[in-house]
Design a protein around this ligand. Structure first.
Ligand code: 9MG
Length: 281
């Protein structure tokens, strides 16, 4: 299974790691890391991207708008200023697929022009103009399921059958994308762990991950350091590595082809061990 991301071809015959690079001042686990004197320092962000590539990340996911529960939206100008300079710097310096975590049409367009190879949209291209912007770039898109919006999504989420409802939503967004001109071969599905879901919803989705996408559409799973781990194990954000690694491996065993993580080196080791066990030479 391969996916063409601009000038790169991503081989998904085995699970790969997407390293998180949040250029927000306020993300839940790595917010503010690339700020100096109150301003975004592109060089600090580039150094972190470089480190993640050295550690084995196949994709760097650059995001300028926080999507943690309770986060408030920001203006397009603000988001452009947090994302595009970092995409330009990585494009100039590193040979890696750059994914842009955005729902904003202008950010989709300008990031693609700056060298991004993948659009990662937690709103599955539902923001007005996002679908058209994504079509125009020709890039692949990760369609994620979210119930509600970041500022209200964790207020008592309900489902009749969470697996069926998430799968149906992703299928419906697939059809909208195909009708607009984004081929099936350019789509990635993501159940959106923690986005309008209780811990039990998240666990049920993980148990049934392989049911959420047809076999030719790759699945992305983002579980790293999420608050579910904090609640289930009683761990603060900086104590969630073991829980994150266990969930990454469980997701890979259930069919995830892309793991979105903060701790790249450790996750790459876990996936390498899994591959050695599951694919004896
Ligand atoms: C931006 N972002 C935060 N969590 C995420 C997740 O679980 N999946 C995707 N695709 N993006 C996410």
């Amino acid at each position: 299974m391969k996916i063409i991301c601009g000038k790169h071809t991503l081989d998904l015959s085995h699970p790969v790691v997407m390293g998180v690079l949040n250029t927000t001042p306020d993300s839940f686990s790595d917010g503010g890391n690339y700020y100096a004197g109150g301003a975004l320092d592109t060089d600090l962000a580039l150094r972190r991207a470089e480190q993640m590539v050295r550690e084995g990340a196949a994709i760097i996911d650059v995001g300028g708008e926080s999507t943690r529960p309770g986060a408030a939206p920001i203006s397009e100008q603000e988001e452009l200023g947090r994302v595009v300079p970092v995409v330009e710097a990585i494009t100039a310096e590193l040979d890696v697929v750059i994914s842009v975590d955005t729902s904003t049409p202008g950010v989709i367009r300008e990031s693609a022009a700056a060298g991004a190879g993948l659009i990662n949209d937690v709103r599955a291209l539902e923001r007005p103009g996002a679908l058209e912007a994504a079509v125009a770039t020709g890039l692949p898109v990760c369609l994620m399921h979210m119930r509600g919006q970041p500022d209200n999504m964790q207020r008592d989420p309900h489902y009749g059958d969470v697996v069926a409802e998430v799968a149906a939503y992703l299928r419906e967004r697939q059809k909208a994308c195909e009708a607009a001109g984004i081929a099936r071969q350019r789509l990635i599905f993501d159940p959106g762990f923690g986005f309008g879901k209780t811990d039990e919803h998240n666990l049920t989705l993980l148990r049934n991950l392989s049911e959420l996408a047809p076999s030719d559409i790759p699945l992305l799973a983002g579980l790293s350091r999420k608050s579910m781990i904090g609640r289930l194990l009683g761990r603060e954000v900086d104590q969630r590595l073991p829980g994150s690694l266990a969930l990454a491996m469980l997701a890979a065993q259930r069919g995830a082809r892309i793991l979105r993580v903060h701790d790249v080196a450790a996750t790459v080791d876990v996936l390498r061990m899994q591959r050695l066990v599951d694919n004896p030479q």
